[in-house]
Each structure stands twice: as structure tokens, then as C-alpha cells.
Write a protein that binds this ligand. Structure first.
Ligand code: 6XA
Ligand code: ZN
Length: 343
């Protein structure tokens, strides 16, 4: 399986994040990608390609223009305000507050275009996110061109980013951008299965009213886990998209037996939908030793996951999402991909 990765993705190099109510060392760091790339080379999974630049077009098919403009202008606005280093929002337009008119001040804009305070935004975040999206797009093009599968080594990740806001370490929704690009390239139906420990709220919201993209997510119950405000089983889609969204929230502590039952249910839905192409939002944070998560998948379970997914027999793009047990990340990621190839 070919991998797509750009060194430009490493330029987003946050030092801190706000989590557990305090300023802590960042966990979504460049070393994550380095570990995965090293394991791919070590195991000779396949070639590692540099992405092509697809420009703004495919990003704007998923994200709002004003949101992309905000990301583009952030650093100038931030430094013009006398700031430097990483930015964190601290005020949001919730319940009854107004989205319009948009604030002029950068502190207002940060809240206007985000949904959490846990995502450091720095000078090179948008450039790195664009490079990450280009990796997903290049992987999509490989599969559209006839490859059975491809791996987009995306980081920063994407599945929490919605059309108009960032959060959860995500700025551009790589899986959604790839999925939409596949539609535009001729696929009639695309399924996106999100196996990250956290619900893919951004991807869900982007496709919630559409029947051409089926979104499914297996994740920790949002009653107990981030992102808290989306990901319940009762969210099944709306308008034309009714019936085209499927959530499988699981209790904290879920092991492979529980997790794989949800996978079997999700795969049955995918078979019924009969998509042209499958996009896997490949989070590795369901791992038992992940420092921020509470599922109990072992490294060998990722091999099982990959083998099971191969059983769908679909052209498949893997798009990396979360996973913070950095030492094991390469093993768990390549186990999934190699499991798919052997399955
Ligand atoms: C809150 C946790 C952010 C979750 C990021 C993630 N700081 N999402 O792994 O998939
Ligand atoms: Zn996650």
C-alpha cells in the first residue's frame, strides 16, 4: 500500500494545549507522524509519496470560504494585535449570542471559528493542515486511479473540524475533503467509517443532510468523553440525509470483543449502502495504552481491524486521525494497514 505524506505537515509544532482544565504539554505533535513514517519504512509497507498541491478548490467544497479566510489571515491578525506564539480561544457565540456581525478583534474571531480551547493555533498550523489535506487528496486520487487502497499519513488530523470551525486538534477535515473529492471525481456513493476513539463530529456535521455520503462512527460515549456534544446513537441524519448517519457509542473500557461487535454492525450498514469507495478515518487512540483515551484495544487488534475491513472488498482510503501513545503509534497504524493487505 502506498503512503502519502508531506514534510510540510510537521510545521505545525504546538508546545502546549489546554486540557483537563489546565495548560499542558501538547500531545498532537510532529513525532506522531515521524513514528508512523519510520514504521512504514521499517516494515516496507510500500512507497511513501509526497502529495500534489490541489489548491483551495477541494477545501472549499467542504469548508466555508470565510473560515478558510480566517485561517489564512490568522497569523497576520494575531501579530498585528501584538501577540505571538500559540493562540487559544476563550469566548464562544453560544446560545443566544450572535454569529453576525463577525468580530473584528482576533480574540472574537478565534471563538467565532472554533469549538474548544484545546487546539493550539500557530503560525504554521494552516500551512501544515493544507499539506495534510493534500495528502488525503493524493491518496484519494491514487484509489480513484485504480489502486485498491492508499494511506494518507495525515496530521494535523481532521475529523473534528466542521465546515466553519476548528477544534480537537483539527483544522481541515481531511476525510471529508477526500470523500467529497471522490464524489466530484465520479463516485456516486462514498462511505466514511470513523474508528477513532473520539466521535467524528466534524465529519458527521458536514454530511448530516446528505444521502450520497454515509457516515459511521465507533467511539466512546459522548456522555463521558470528548467531544461531549455530538455522537449519540439517536443521530441518524436529517432531511435527505435521514438514515445516512450511524453512531456506535461504546462505554469506556470497551475491549476488542465489544468494539468488534460495533464494527460488524457498521460493516453491515456499509454493505447495504454499497459505496463505490470507502474512507476510513483511522484513529489509533482506541489503543489500551493511549494516554488520553479509555478503550482497551491491543496492538494485535488493529491487525484484526484491518483484516476485517478488507472483507468489504472496497477501494479504500485510510486517513490518519488521532492516537497519542507515540511509541506504539507506528506499530498500531501499520498493523491496521498490513492487516488490510493480508485480509
Ligand atoms: C481533548 C481531546 C481531543 C481529542 C482529540 C482526538 N483535548 N480526536 O484524538 O480524535
Ligand atoms: Zn481521537
Amino acid at each position: 500500500m502506498k503512503t502519502v505524506f508531506s514534510p510540510g505537515q510537521l510545521a505545525h509544532d504546538p508546545k502546549h494545549e489546554i486540557s483537563d482544565g489546565e495548560l499542558r504539554p501538547a500531545v498532537e505533535i510532529p513525532a506522531r507522524a515521524e513514528m508512523v513514517r519510520a514504521r512504514i519504512l521499517e516494515t516496507e509497507l510500500g512507497e511513501v509519496l509526497t502529495p500534489e498541491d490541489f489548491g483551495r478548490g477541494p477545501l472549499a467544497r467542504v469548508h466555508d470560504g470565510d473560515y478558510l479566510d480566517f485561517l489564512d489571515s490568522f497569523w497576520t491578525r494575531w501579530t498585528n494585535a501584538g501577540r505571538g506564539g500559540e493562540a487559544f480561544p476563550f469566548v464562544w457565540p453560544v446560545r443566544g449570542l450572535s454569529l453576525e456581525p463577525k468580530p473584528d478583534h482576533i480574540d472574537g474571531l478565534l471563538g467565532r471559528y472554533s469549538f474548544d480551547a484545546g487546539t493550539p493555533l500557530g503560525q504554521y498550523s494552516f500551512a501544515a493542515a493544507r499539506a495534510s489535506a493534500n495528502s488525503a487528496l493524493t491518496a484519494a486520487r491514487l484509489v480513484a486511479g485504480g489502486e485498491r487502497s492508499a494511506f494518507a499519513l495525515c496530521r494535523p488530523p481532521g475529523h473534528h473540524a466542521a465546515a466553519g470551525y476548528y477544534g480537537g486538534y483539527c483544522f481541515l477535515n481531511n476525510a471529508a475533503i477526500a470523500g467529497q473529492w471522490l464524489r466530484d471525481a465520479g463516485a456516486e456513493r462514498v462511505a466514511i467509517l470513523d474508528v477513532d476513539y473520539h466521535h467524528g463530529n466534524g465529519t458527521q456535521s458536514i454530511f448530516y443532510e446528505r444521502s450520497d455520503v454515509l457516515f459511521l462512527s465507533i467511539h466512546a460515549d459522548p456522555r463521558e468523553e470528548y467531544p461531549y456534544f455530538l455522537g449519540h446513537a439517536g443521530e441518524t441524519g436529517a432531511a435527505a440525509g435521514e438514515g445516512y448517519n450511524a453512531n456506535y457509542p461504546l462505554a469506556l473500557g470497551a475491549d476488542w470483543e465489544t468494539w468488534s461487535n460495533a464494527l460488524a454492525a457498521a460493516m453491515a450498514r456499509i454493505r447495504d449502502f454499497a459505496p463505490d469507495t470507502l474512507v476510513i478515518s483511522l484513529g489509533l487512540d482506541a489503543y489500551e495504552k493511549d494516554p488520553i483515551s479509555r478503550f482497551r484495544l491491543a496492538s494485535e487488534d488493529f491487525t484484526r481491524m484491518g483484516a476485517a475491513l478488507a472483507g468489504l472488498g472496497l477501494p479504500t482510503i485510510f486517513v490518519m486521525e488521532g492516537g497519542y501513545a507515540v511509541e506504539a503509534l507506528g506499530v498500531n497504524c501499520v498493523n491496521t494497514l498490513a492487516g488490510f493487505e493480508g485480509g
